[in-house]
Design a protein around this ligand. Sequence first.
Ligand code: BG6
Length: 481
Amino acid sequence: MAFDLVLFGGTGDLTWRKLMPALFQAFRHGKLPAGGRILAVARDERSDDEYRAFIRAKFAEVDAPKQPRDDEFARFAELLHYRRMDLSQPEHYAGLKTWLDERGAATQVLFLATAPHLFTQICAQLGAARINGPQVRVVLEKPLGHDLASAQEINRVVRASFAEQQALRIDHYLGKPSVQNLMALRFGNALFEPLWRRESIANIQITLAESLGVGTRGDFYSQTGALRDMIQNHALQLLTMIAMEPPPTNDADAIRDEKLKVLKSLKPFTPESVARDVVRGQYRAGSIDGKPVPGYLDEPKVPADNGTETFVALRTEVNNWRWAGVPFYLRTGKRLAARQAQIVVNFRPVPHPIFPGSARANKLVIKLQPEDGLELHLLASKGSSQGELLAPVSLDLDFDKAFTSERVGAYERLLMDAIAGRLNLFVRSDEQEQAWRWVEPVLHAWEHDPNGPRVYAAGTWGPPASSAMVARDGCAWDEEQ
Ligand code: BG6
């Protein structure tokens, strides 16, 4: 299937850091459909060969196993083309249309890897230039809006040029193999579904912890914060996958309808519940892996006295029959004690314990990062001479080891899906808007809260108030159990 993939923002960070390595991996794995062209678009003048040399040099900065050998790059580079465009100029879009029409590829994927404020302009110009036929898909990277109104405005402009099924909103967490595995775990096995409800589950914890700080993105981050950067999208998408009802089919809309229902069932926040159930924090200097690191306010490009949160922990509930009363705890932060992304499903203890000292309940840990796997924590008899002493044991599945050759990274998967027109792992506009609707009361409450974020030392698990919030329900975060 011939395809053209156009990367707007062709010289930007996202392109060379994530997209080119992912495309190269797909090429190396033989997954990139034959006969494709990749066209990078950016402002400055350069030839195809100059662009190829630019990308070749940038590959030095990606992980060593993902770097191409010279002969591999030479073959990959044949797919790469470059075109200068001023994104405000209609005639430059007309030129792009001519380039695309000459080939008339069956699939044309336009990936907007530009600064987000350009999305609406690009979509409107694409529509005006009629680069929006049924063979065209447009891929939008987060952040999609800053609040509900700005997200709706982007969607309005996108919709004026493209049908919903042509607009692919990326949440790269959905491309992670462990997240797809969540669907497989729940709906490909009969084992868990009967237990997947309030009668058996005590609480669910979603942790997206990073040990990195805001790095060089201080200017972006200081206007964004952890709630917008991680909770509104990645954490809520994971929550929907955990909490959704079984979809009737594996089709994109069947899945997205169920995810939307979860978002609509989330307990709405009020100013009182924000004060009680949401903890925001900001890191101060501390140490990571034994090395001192600066505080957030000392990071490059962070304005003095910036009150943006780098940590959020919150408690919510899914108000429906399956989940009523079960706490869902979500937590994310920069400069935390570890890079760890996981979902912990804590089951209820046995109703009538007959073994002394065996109060520990089962738990299922779905690990997204750093490793990709599943742990089921059980109790087993030690077989000792002192009677029935039970000890915790776990069944550990390491998917990276189990499926070595087939695992692909998030961007590789999502780019291949975009080219193939598989929409399951992309976010529909109504889901995205509903997620904004749910986080907005938190943003509003914070605007009126003179206290600002609580401080925490880099290298810890966030402000102590996060543990206290969970402890109020008689629970503890996984690392404290
Ligand atoms: C991005 C956020 O969406 O996700 C970043 O903007 C964050 O701030 C990143 O670091 C985390 O992604 P991953 O895949 O490294 O967990």
